[in-house]
Design a protein. Structure first.
Lengths: 248, 158
């Protein structure tokens, strides 16, 4: 009798699959009141990226459940406003600094993205590694797509990149965004899932480690594209590496 | 991602269809059932810090699921299984005789049958979800099986 019922029920069951990214979006929307802010666009400095350790799908991080930053990182965040001109302070809430992700880049170094909310309505972030001083930036207002470019160098005056890592990282504040693509001048495209973070951050993050083949002029990146779970384009932004003004 | 978050995602990926099939008996249509499952897991994910492990994660999520499907109705009292809602098969044309036999059961028995055969839950979990004892679940299921068997055999004889 038992098997008889099981057989009957099995025949009327629906075996469709779910949509986990939609669950994560719902979680995100529960806390989403604020839009992201973009502050700095391109920051030239030092960093390294790695696509190798990328997650296979969009992930969601509950900010306050994420790992708190160690004291030295908290102090680094706290120092960012020291000496800032009046009116230009970030007002970072440094004691709330949390880990967003860790990525191993091609040179073997592990970089960690740390983020803290600020009282400007945005957040501050730092990409830190053992041999990487940590690119730091803050957003004060809503920003759909805010990339940071970092090159370890050296870079010649004519713009030849002689040393990496060469990184493109940053945040996305577009609803339904699931993946981000880095497009190169030669037609190549790299794609990766975004890492969404709950409020008070309410943004998604990414990190590309530009392969050496794309350090060369004519093969460099020229565009970022944000897509939803079905592949539809939500946002596109030209991005390019500009040779920094080097001291003579 | 923390351990609880990973466990909830794994549960979702492994059991989505079970939740869907169960919750549709409460919501009455597939779209609302899908919505209920999505909301259930979003709520569980957001509130996972509150799960202390005093019941299994799955049991905890099922309780959220049933409440979500009921639209957080104030008259739902899981402790009494009082039949204040009326779970039923949808798309009865898939098995009209089973649908009719199930309709003849009291709502609380129907719920236990659905939790057993759609959600594929063991007695202990059904008991925790319904706020009753394992013995009551076993007895309820036995009565339900007997009624269904009689009804379905009668139908076959006709």
């Amino acid at each position: 009798m038992n098997d008889f019922l099981e057989t009957r029920f099995e025949k009327i069951r629906d075996d469709s699959e779910g949509d986990w990214p939609d669950v994560l979006r719902r979680v995100s929307k529960r806390g989403r009141r604020r839009r992201l802010t973009v502050l700095g666009a391109a920051v030239l400095g030092v960093v390294v990226l790695v696509p190798a350790a990328l997650a296979l799908r969009t992930t969601f991080i509950d900010f306050f459940q994420s790992e708190p930053a160690p004291q030295r990182l908290v102090l680094d965040f706290a120092r960012q406003d020291v000496g800032a001109p009046p009116g230009l302070e970030n007002h970072v809430i440094y004691e709330q600094t949390r880990k967003i992700f860790e990525r191993r880049i091609d040179n073997g170094q592990v970089l960690t993205l740390w983020v803290a909310p600020n009282r400007r309505g945005g957040f501050c972030m730092a990409l830190v590694g053992p041999r990487h001083p940590g690119g730091f930036g803050c957003l004060w207002g809503p920003s759909p797509l805010s990339p940071t470019i970092e090159v370890a160098g050296p870079i010649t005056r004519s713009g030849v990149i002689e040393g990496g890592p060469f990184l493109v990282w940053g945040s996305v504040g577009v609803d339904r965004a699931e993946t981000i693509e880095l497009h190169y001048e030669d037609g190549a495209v790299e794609s990766q899932p975004l890492t969404w973070v709950s409020k008070p951050i309410d943004a998604a993050f990414f990190l590309f480690d530009v392969p050496e083949a794309h350090w060369l002029q004519g093969h460099r990146f020229d565009r970022l594209v944000v897509r939803d779970g079905k592949g539809a384009e939500l946002r596109s932004k030209p991005v390019s590496f500009r040779v920094p003004l080097l001291p003579r | 991602m923390d351990e609880k978050a990973r466990a909830i995602e794994e549960l979702y990926r492994a059991r989505y269809s079970r939740f869907l099939n169960m919750l549709v008996t409460i919501t009455g249509n597939w779209d609302r059932a899908h919505d209920a499952v999505q909301e259930t897991f979003a709520r569980a994910y957001a509130a996972r810090a509150r799960w202390r492990g005093d019941s299994s994660l799955e049991t905890w999520v099922w309780r959220i699921g049933i409440r979500t499907a009921l639209g957080l109705r104030a008259d739902f009292d899981p402790a009494r299984l009082n039949g204040s809602f009326d779970p039923a098969l949808v798309e009865t044309q898939r098995d009209p005789s089973l649908a009719e036999a199930l309709r003849a059961l009291p709502p609380q028995r129907r719920l236990v049958v659905f939790l057993r055969y759609f959600a594929d839950l063991p007695y202990a979990d059904i008991a925790r979800i319904c706020g009753t004892s394992e013995g009551t679940v076993a007895a309820t299921l036995a009565q339900a099986r007997e009624s269904l068997h009689d009804a379905l055999v009668e139908e076959e004889v006709k």
